[in-house]
Design a protein around this ligand. Structure first.
Ligand SMILES: Nc1ncnc2c1ncn2[C@@H]1O[C@H](COP(=O)(O)OP(=O)(O)OP(=O)(O)O)[C@@H](O)[C@H]1O
Ligand SMILES: [Mg+2]
Length: 403
């Protein structure tokens, strides 16, 4: 029988694992490698901390480059600084991927503002329109004598309409709010710029900030600052440099780098190892790849999985990586026969292979045939065959009984 005291035991790897979890927002003093971006944000928000109008800012950059983090930290810091100066600066943070309509986003803005000033009025959950929600926000700003208000609209490209942005930029001049208002817009889609209307765009464009992917040095500093997640002496020396080098080379995404370190720690914990080693990082990387492939194939019909299995097995066993449809079809038939299932036609397999290329799992190239043959297609797996096979094994739909 299990010892009930033991089943919830913490293990000897982590000390404060929350430091590596999503949702952990480090303080501004732990934001590393973004000094110039933090400074520029500070300059934009600075006037707001002294009773003047904060500048609006638009931030672009790929995923995991610190856009949300830097915006939240500097705004929070601006609020603190304003307080020191006897100025009332307040903010609201809205993740527009959770609040995609103008009404939802306006309600959330009003709700967050209410929380921030500790207003004792309730914001109705529903039943009123976007403009009325915003009227409540203006009332709160006036009632609580807010000097400057900063609204962070994160993932703003997910918002289905520009009206909230437009009314924020007009609230003061139209006399609705007696308060300086600044907006921080964040998007990881540079195309968003083209969608913005000319007037809003020109008011934002002076403060356009681009966040570039992190280089290995920066990632190393970010990971280093979270060492305290582990118990002392547990993390082997090469682990952080290796994670940083891999992540820096692949994508420069801090979220992925932190996730990888966490996953390596979890693998070490599962094995009841006493240290986290570089091989745990390799295993974490493979795990992440397997999960990605699993996700890609999760919605596919069962035959796609046998076709992929055939291609992966061929790639593993032959001296080649590119295979013609007919070769894949032969192998596929053998697999299906073994399962006692009915095969689909070679033409159908051909079309499914082309669809799979679209998913990014394999690529198809035309190759010139000999004199009597026309050009034909050859299919190549982009991902390691072992990874594909493991993903297929993990996905339960591969068993024919679920057909
Ligand atoms: N400079 C940094 N210092 C410390 N941690 C960082 C830094 N940059 C990013 N992180 C961490 O990496 C993760 C991703 O950062 P963030 O959420 O700010 O990315 P993002 O640019 O907003 O990405 P997305 O476009 O996907 O929303 C967070 O957990 C954050 O705490
Ligand atoms: Mg973000």
């Amino acid at each position: 029988m299990v010892d009930t005291d033991d089943i919830f035991g913490g293990g000897d790897i982590f000390n404060r694992r929350e430091l590596l979890r999503v949702g952990h927002v480090p303080g501004l003093d732990r934001v590393v490698g973004r000094d110039s971006e933090v400074t520029e944000m500070g300059q934009a928000l600075g006037p707001g901390t002294r009773g003047g109008p904060p500048d609006s800012v638009i931030i672009y950059g790929k995923t995991g480059t610190g856009k949300s983090l830097v915006s939240r930290c500097t705004t929070r810091e601006a609020q603190r600084k304003a307080e020191e100066n006897g100025v009332v600066l307040r903010h609201a943070y809205i993740d527009c991927s959770d609040y995609t309509t103008e009404t939802q986003a306006s309600r959330e803005l009003t709700y967050q503002l209410g929380q921030n000033v500790e207003a004792d009025r309730d914001v109705p959950r529903k039943g009123i329109g976007a403009a009325t929600y915003r009227d409540i926000a203006w009332e709160i700003l006036n009632e609580y004598k807010v000097d400057a208000f900063v609204a962070i609209l994160d993932e703003i490209d997910k918002l289905d309409d520009d009206e909230l942005l437009r009314s924020l930029s007009r609230a003061k001049e139209s006399g609705k709010a007696d308060c300086h208002i600044g907006v921080i817009c964040i998007s990881n889609k540079v195309e968003y710029k083209e969608r913005l209307d000319e007037r809003i765009h020109s008011s934002l464009q002076d403060n356009e900030l681009i966040f570039n992917p992190y280089d290995p040095e920066q990632l190393r500093a970010i990971l280093d600052s979270r060492r305290a997640a582990f118990q002392s002496g547990v993390l082997e020396d090469g682990v952080i440099p290796k994670t940083a080098a891999l992540a820096g080379r692949e994508h420069g995404d801090a979220r992925k780098a932190v996730d990888m370190l966490y996953e390596a720690g979890r693998l070490a914990e599962k094995e009841t190892a006493s240290t986290v080693t570089e091989s745990h990082i390799d295993a974490a990387l493979t795990r992440a790849e397997v999960n990605r492939v699993k996700q890609l194939i999760s919605g596919s019909p069962p035959h796609v999985k046998y076709i992929l299995q055939a291609l992966a097995l061929l790639t593993k066993s032959q001296n080649s990586t590119a295979f013609r449809t007919s070769a894949i079809y032969d192998f596929y038939q053998r697999l299906i026969d073994r399962e006692g299932m009915d095969t689909i036609s070679q033409d159908r397999v051909y079309r499914l292979l082309k669809e799979q290329a679209f998913l990014g799992l394999l690529e198809a190239n035309h190759t010139g045939g000999g004199d009597y043959e026309g050009a034909y297609l050859e299919h190549t797996l982009i991902t390691e065959p072992e990874v594909v096979l493991e993903a297929l094994e993990d996905s339960s739909e591969l068993t024919p009984r679920t057909e």
